[in-house]
Ligand binder design. Structure first.
Ligand code: GUN
Length: 278
């Protein structure tokens, strides 16, 4: 049976250390989250971010807008936050309402306050093999989780399913930095099962239930980034946990795997940006 990659346990350990560090700061970091529209999942995520920040002594503010907010209104607010010296981290929750250009919004965040690492400056740094101000939260959380369990990536074949800007693309670069051999698969990939069969590490961020135990190579590592409710209202991921945990050597559960690590990384990034601002 596979060892469980326990994101909650690692979150608790990292955040309790982080709190001690924040307690010693004279001035506190401040994270501002912009939430536009009424995506129910986004509301839950944003609420979690705020609650976690507050527990750690990070100042936090959520600014909510209705789904018909104009792009200019958001750009004006971001410009104001960029100038506000008390604000050290800005996050615009995705997805944005469809009439708003994600590119224009991301472009407008000051790179030194870009706590997601999603601005063209930080993304460009990452993709040129240079150091961004911070690394995107979900990929960073995945790497922290693998490191905690001493899972080496050098020379390993890592198969990432999903090419989003939030997970697949930045993770591919971060895995390359660790000297892994990386294959990024997506909805147009041919022979996905053949590729998965050759993976030492599978990271699934497909958002649908696609991975079964029999598809995996023996003793591989499985990281499940998917999270959704099934027809019975049960929270689950992309991977059939039962069958996969019989084949894999390590597996991240849903819930309790990558999710807690994403929020942990956001808190780490908030503190990193704050320290760089001093
Ligand atoms: N929506 C889902 N995940 C994320 C994330 O990591 N950052 C932002 N800004 N929006 C998201």
């Amino acid at each position: 049976m596979a060892v469980i990659l326990d994101g909650k346990k690692l979150r608790d350990k990292i955040l309790s250390d982080l709190k001690l560090k924040i307690d010693k700061f004279e001035k506190k970091p401040k994270l501002v989250v912009i939430l536009a529209g009424d995506n129910p999942a986004s509301k839950i995520y944003v609420n979690n971010k705020k609650k976690t920040a507050e527990k750690l002594g990070i100042l936090s503010q959520v600014i909510e807008y209705p789904s018909n907010v104009s792009e200019n209104e958001l750009l004006d607010k971001i410009s104001e936050l960029n100038k506000d010296e008390t604000v050290t981290a800005v996050l615009v929750q995705l997805p944005l309402p469809s009439h708003i250009s994600k590119e224009n919004i991301m472009n407008s965040i000051a790179p030194e306050k870009d706590v997601d690492g999603f601005t063209p400056y930080n993304f460009g740094k990452l993709f040129s093999g240079e150091e961004p101000m911070v690394y995107p939260c979900t990929p960073k959380g995945i790497l922290l989780l693998l490191k905690e369990y001493d899972i080496e990536l050098e020379g390993k074949h890592v198969v990432i399913i999903g090419r989003s800007n939030i997970v697949g693309r930045p993770l591919s670069q971060m895995m390359l930095n660790k000297n892994a051999t990386v294959t990024v698969c997506h909805s147009h990939t041919k022979n996905l099962p053949d590729i998965i069969k050759t993976a030492d590490v599978v990271v699934s961020a497909a958002g649908k239930n696609i991975i079964k135990g029999e598809m995996l190579k023996n003793n591989c590592v499985v990281v499940d980034v998917g999270i959704f409710k099934d027809e019975n209202g049960k929270t689950r991921g992309d991977v059939d946990f039962e069958s996969a945990s019989r084949i894999a050597s390590y597996i991240s559960p849903v819930p309790g795997g990558v999710g807690p690590m994403t929020i942990t990384s956001l808190m780490l990034n908030t503190v990193e940006l704050f320290e760089k601002s001093l």
